[in-house]
Ligand binder design. Structure first.
Ligand code: OX2
Length: 842
């Protein structure tokens, strides 16, 4: 009989109360320990990659201390939690962010330098976990940073895809997609929870049974798999609070395939195990388009089911009564992708926990909230009832039931209003009957929000108008934000140091609004000079980046003009490149000796991935590269104009690109970009925006002043009128001579690739210019002229750059998250006492 230690008096826990010290010696010894005992490396095969791994493990140890303490503290305080559900998290690299948030960057820098390593080059060894497509996934990552920093009791829930968004290579000017197996060197940041597994069921059948005079519904799944938890600590800045991003991985369940094994069909049994693992293998690479594939629906349900089971288990541990559920839980849906969570919670409450339907609905409704991220029709998820009913038969029944009860209420309120009824219904009738996931999300949530003021206003006046009229108080706005920790403090150390000097402390990192108090520095020539120096250093860094990856030699003194985002017609990269051609033709027409007087030297850069199936987007990349080849090799042009396509735009590249940018382009057709978030990052980094009155640009203009931006183009209420104009005219008249000449130059094969490029132009010629590129082109050219004029005056430009940055406080995700917490989640911060420095260093 071996003795079993008493859980509470066990010496283990006493010994664990000590925190790792953060002296240089202690840091070095923890790194060295990991080199020897975790990595088992010797001097003969030790590389920089191993160094990164050892450093990361040593930082991870410190994160885990904080992480465990945080949730134990939350648990003791019996707090309400928010669960953020998202199919995507674009977290980016972790090492520097963790060090900055733990306020240990200086110590690690010194400790590593003393051992002969430059911390910056250690950072470069990290893969960039890219489990998201674009803005939506990056927003989720910024939100986690703010939730941790503001001490909110929160959990992020998502999927641990084995393959993130593809890596983009450019071959012969075309995009080539390479699978991103990001785990091939291991992942020092995650904690695999071998003991946190939930069963997930698919397919099967539903039966009703009468037990004690009560009808019970039983869903028997015919495919059962397991979701296993992988925890990723997210440290707050300037607080000990560290929260969890829990990602699920699909695995085969041991019970399920017993039958096959017993029947002797060994290989069939193995195949089904592999099918289970496949579910979380790859992120769907579509940004703002609905995929409609069964595997995607399986991913969504796996996230939802595992998360709800986890939340319920946690809630039950506290032996709470069900009616207290909304008091202790808020669930936020990041778009409709996890909307099945509403149905899953209903199912568990009614079928398993035995609650009455109305009772259960009350709990669901009061705990869920839904964020919409786009009004583009191609993004709206609608699952065919055949597919949904086959994969999740009980869930389809529940959806019909929710719809039935909902429509009954509607028809009492609006008798015989068939239009309203069919607009509000969760079911879209037709040859292919579908479930509208947005309608489900709205009906099942107590709050629905858009992501910028204009977008939220468009939601209530167009897409969700009927829902709005039904319950106007449900609809809110939560303008997006981005974290200044990653986007200024990590990405732009030069600017951070300057802001520290201006403010006299680093308080701005937690309170960006204080920067407004220092606006008078914008006129100070000494500050302006330093500001320009910082920008120049950042431009130098990008210069080398571009030289190495694209082989193009930029003029560092030229205006760095950048558009980086997913390639999409509504974002109008096409308009940008057509203007570049316009500029090229204009330079060529100008006598050589006058060119420098008329044109400011510009380096125009594009970056972004096209969804693999989005042919027009891929052709836009082809055009950019064709123009780049022509222009960059034209001896007459020299450094007056350079065009570069920056390959594989991702979070870590953005951290180099954004701080180096002077002009950034946010030029979507008015009304179509819900918010945009990179616009905020650029502004914070002192970059001027050329943009339309769309998404958050509108609020950026309010904050920084229209006079400090280059605004152009049709306003949202003019767009339809412009489309009609196109429909009623020849494109040559509609485009005007300047754009027509550009199109003709392409058609006349100035850049080659005629087949692709003609097809591309056909998307805007011949009455199809849905994104009104032709209508906005002249106004865009004028705005570009204003850019040139201002850039000639370095001091005026710099002044505006400073003002942009100092006035960008509203766009910190801290502001956004406070609003969610106060206006939707009803959530209080809960800060765990920070073990004093002296205790830490014991
Ligand atoms: C994006 C939106 O397109 C973008 O405007 C917004 O800033 C971002 O979400 C974060 O809110 N998929 N991605 C988006 O919407 C969808 C759907």
């Amino acid at each position: 009989n071996t003795p079993v230690a008493n859980q509470s008096t066990n010496k283990i826990w006493k010994l664990m109360e000590k925190y790792l010290p953060n002296t240089k010696e202690a840091i070095q010894s923890s790194v060295v320990n990991h080199v020897e005992y975790t990595l088992a490396k010797t001097r003969f095969d030790f590389t920089l990659l191993h160094c990164y791994q050892a450093v990361s493990h040593s930082v991870r140890d410190r994160l885990i201390e904080a992480f465990n303490d945080t949730y134990q503290y939350f648990n003791n305080k019996d707090v309400k939690y928010v669960y953020y559900l998202s199919l995507e998290y674009l977290i980016g690299r972790c090492l520097q962010n963790a060090l900055v948030n733990l306020e240990l960057e200086g110590q690690y820098k010194e400790a590593m330098l003393d051992m002969g390593y430059n911390l910056e080059s250690v950072y470069e060894q990290e893969v960039d976990p890219a489990l998201g497509n674009g803005g939506l996934g990056r927003l989720a990552a910024c939100f986690l940073d703010s939730m941790a920093t503001l001490n909110y009791p929160a959990w992020g829930y998502g999927l641990r895809y084995s393959y993130g968004i593809f890596r983009q290579q450019i071959k012969d000017g075309y995009q080539v997609e390479v699978p991103d197996y990001w785990l091939d060197r291991g992942n020092p940041w995650e904690i695999e929870r071998l003991d946190v597994n939930f069963q997930i069921k698919f397919y099967g059948s539903v039966t009703k049974k009468v037990e004690d005079g009560k009808e019970r519904t039983i869903w028997e799944g015919s495919e059962i798999i397991v979701a296993r938890a992988y925890d990723n600590p997210v440290p707050g800045y300037n607080t000990f609070n560290t929260i969890n991003l829990r990602l699920w991985r699909s695995l085969p369940s041991s019970e399920f395939d017993f039958k096959s094994f017993n029947q002797g069909d060994y290989f069939k049994a193995l195949e089904s195990r592999q099918r289970a693992e496949f579910i979380t293998s790859v992120l769907y690479p579509n940004d703002s388009t609905y995929a409609g594939k069964e595997l995607r629906l399986k991913q969504q349900y796996l996230l939802v089911s595992a998360t709800i089971q986890d939340a319920i288990r946690r809630f039950k541990k506290k032996r709470k009564e069900w009616k207290e559920w909304p008091k202790y839980n808020a669930l936020q849906l990041n778009d409709t992708h996890p909307a099945l969570a509403i149905v899953e919670l209903m199912r568990i409450l009614t079928d398993i926990e035995g609650l009455e339907y109305e009772e259960a609905w009350e709990l669901v409704y009061n705990s869920f909230a839904y964020t919409n991220h786009t009004i583009l029709p191609e993004a709206l998820e609608k699952w065919g009832v055949d597919l949904l009913g086959n994969l999740l038969p009980r869930h389809l029944e529940i959806i019909y039931n929710i719809n039935h009860i909902f429509l009954e209420k509607i028809s009492r309120k609006y008798p015989n209003d068939w239009r309203k009824l069919s607009a509000l219904s969760l079911v879209e009738e037709g040859t292919h009957k579908t479930i509208r996931m947005a309608n489900l999300s709205i009906v099942g949530s107590h709050a629905v929000n858009g992501v910028a003021a204009l977008h939220s206003q468009l939601l209530t006046s167009t897409l969700f108008k009927d829902f709005y009229e039904l319950r106007p108080t449900k609809f809110q706005n939560k303008t997006n934000g981005v974290t200044p920790r990653r986007w200024i403090r990590c990405a732009n150390p030069g600017l951070s140091a300057l802001l520290n000097d201006v403010v006299g402390s680093d308080d701005w990192i937690l309170d960006m609004d204080i920067l407004k108090n220092f606006q008078k520095i914008a006129d100070d020539p000494a500050i302006q000079n330093r500001w320009m120096q910082v920008k120049r250093q950042n431009k130098e860094k990008l210069y080398w980046w571009v030289k190495e990856r694209c082989g193009v030699d930029l003029n560092i003194d030229s205006l760095f003009d950048i558009q980086v985002k997913r390639i999409h017609e509504y974002k109008r990269q096409l308009m940008n490149i057509l203007y570049v051609i316009r500029r090229y033709l204009d330079i060529k027409k100008t006598p050589a000796e006058e060119r420098r007087k008329l044109f400011v030297p510009r380096s125009i850069m594009f970056g972004g991935k096209a969804a693999p199936g989005y042919i027009t987007a891929k052709r836009i990349i082809r055009l950019v590269n064709a123009v780049s080849q022509k222009v960059n090799n034209d001896q007459e042009i020299g450094d007056l104009l350079k065009v570069v396509f920056l390959p594989n735009y991702n979070v870590s590249n953005a951290q180099v690109i954004i701080p180096a940018s002077e002009l950034s382009q946010h030029i979507s057709t008015a009304g179509l970009e819900a918010s945009g978030t990179s616009n905020m990052k650029f502004v914070m980094n002192g970059c001027l925006i050329i943009g339309t009155m769309d998404g958050a640009n509108v609020e950026i203009a309010e904050e920084v002043g229209e006079e400090n931006m280059f605004i152009f183009g049709a306003r949202v209420e003019q767009v339809e009128e412009q489309r009609n104009k196109m429909r009623n005219s020849n494109y040559r008249d509609y485009f005007g001579p300047r754009l027509t000449e550009v199109c003709d130059a392409i058609s006349n094969d100035l850049f080659g690739y005629k087949y692709d490029l003609e097809a591309l132009l056909d998307t805007i010629r011949n009455k199809n210019d849905y994104y009104i590129l032709g209508a906005d082109f002249e106004s865009y050219c004028e705005a570009q002229q204003r850019v040139d004029n201002l850039y000639r005056n370095k001091s005026e430009w710099t002044k505006k750059s400073i003002l942009n940055s100092l006035r960008s406080g509203k766009f910190s995700s801290d502001r956004t998250i406070r609003q969610y917490a106060e206006e939707i989640w009803d959530l209080e911060p809960c800060e765990i006492p920070n073990p004093s420095k002296s205790e830490k260093e014991r």
